[in-house]
Design a protein around this ligand. Structure first.
Ligand SMILES: Nc1ncnc2c1ncn2[C@@H]1O[C@H](COP(=O)(O)OP(=O)(O)OP(=O)(O)O)[C@@H](O)[C@H]1O
Ligand SMILES: Cc1ncc(C[n+]2csc(CCOP(=O)(O)O)c2C)c(N)n1
Ligand SMILES: [Mg+2]
Ligand SMILES: [Mg+2]
Ligand SMILES: [Mg+2]
Length: 341
């Protein structure tokens, strides 16, 4: 870095300059930001970090992808509460090897994600780090008082659904790592898989449909893999979830890549993670209404199973019979078998 901290911050956050109004009374440039929410709303707050070598490598993500995805994973957590994302605080720890221009690119990605979802960057922190660039985002959103959607609201008799498609991000990571190993660019035909990994899109509109409905149950977002997220719902709600293997939505290109590389797309869907789709439950009697609401917004919506009374657990019906799904998936301290590679 050739510039000082303060001029760097000004440069990186230039897309925030001149912002005020819409609830924001003090933005970047003071000791803290000051804002207010819309009347009748309560705050939804979350934070998620991304660490070099754990969440990304130079080979798997461009700097702008890193910024974009750090914001998107947080917007996804707000979506998983049924909330509307509003404001972001960005903390960046820059290690040697990352230039001012790399950081500028990270911020371009941050602002691209924020602008696509109506989020304002209102502050953050900038520090140096001896190793591993780390980006931590705090997202503040809002939801109508009492309407937040919890993991604990699944009830026997409800159906289990997922938005979009799952397993694509893990397939993309596999593709990116294989290409990097060979020292080659990603083949044109598989490029969409890389985008699933680098540029996921949080399902805010889906969360908002659910928060407004009287038929929504539990909700979670897919960061660690379907198996892990479903297990969290089962545990928090004290119910058994039974999933039908054939109904899990996996994109055609993900299936084709699995065949080409002789891998299991179901493994990516269950244990891969980082798809940032929403998975949840809803009243069975209202499934037609739900399908209509999602179709109106062009959001893919698939019923994948049902909620039953029983020991908190997740089961999957397959051709070979019913099997129990372990709470495996990405786990930061979970050892090799827990989906870390
Ligand atoms: N270090 C921490 N201190 C306090 N609370 C934490 C900490 N880490 C996680 N939590 C809280 O634990 C709960 C679960 O967090 P977790 O990170 O598992 O969920 P998530 O963010 O949806 O998943 P992911 O991080 O895989 O995207 C959240 O309420 C979160 O705020
Ligand atoms: C180089 C590289 N290796 C592995 C992965 C996979 N990965 C890392 S963190 C995570 C779960 C979500 O993170 P968190 O739980 O912190 O929100 C997953 C699936 C990756 N993205 N890049
Ligand atoms: Mg988290
Ligand atoms: Mg989450
Ligand atoms: Mg996680």
């Amino acid at each position: 870095m050739t510039q000082d901290e303060f001029s760097l911050i000004r440069q990186w956050t230039s897309r925030s300059s001149g912002q005020h109004g819409d609830g924001l009374s003090v933005g970047i440039g003071d000791d803290a930001a000051v804002f207010s929410l819309s009347p009748g709303m309560e705050v939804v707050a979350c934070c998620d970090a991304m660490v070099e070598t754990v969440h990304f490598l130079r080979e798997t993500m461009n700097p702008s992808d890193i910024g974009y995805k750090a914001v998107m994973s947080n917007i996804s957590d707000v979506a998983a509460m049924g909330g509307l994302p509003r404001f972001a605080l960005i903390s960046v720890a820059v290690s040697p090897g990352w230039s001012a221009d790399d950081c500028q690119q990270i911020y371009e990605g941050i602002y691209d994600a924020c602008e696509a979802y109506g989020v304002r960057v209102i502050g953050g922190d900038t520090v140096s780090s001896p190793a591993a660039l780390t980006l931590s985002v705090t997202l503040l959103g809002e939801v109508e008082k009492g309407r937040a959607l919890r993991r604990s609201a699944a009830r026997p008799g409800q159906l289990v659904f997922v938005t979009g498609q799952v397993g694509g991000s893990a397939a993309g990571l596999d593709l990116l790592l294989r290409s990097a190993k060979k020292g080659e660019a990603v083949a044109e035909e598989w490029r969409p898989l890389a985008w699933f990994h680098q540029r996921p899109q949080a399902q805010v509109a889906a969360g908002r449909i659910l928060a407004a409905s009287p038929w929504a149950g539990a909700l979670n977002d897919v960061s660690d893999g379907l198996a892990s997220e479903l297990s969290e719902i089962a545990e928090a709600s004290g119910v058994r979830l039974v999933i039908d293997e054939r109904s899990i939505p996996v994109a055609n290109i993900t299936r084709a890549y699995a065949i080409e590389t002789d891998q299991d797309p179901l493994g990516w869907a269950l244990y891969g993670g980082e798809d940032y789709q929403l998975v949840g439950t809803l009243e069975a009697a209202e499934v037609k209404e739900a399908e209509l609401r999602f179709a109106e917004k062009g959001i893919p919506f698939t019923v994948i199973g049902r909620v039953e009374a029983g020991e908190p657990s997740v089961w999957m019906d397959r051709e070979q019979g019913r099997m129990k799904i372990a709470k495996a998936g990405y786990n930061h301290f979970g050892g090799a078998e827990a989906g870390k590679g």
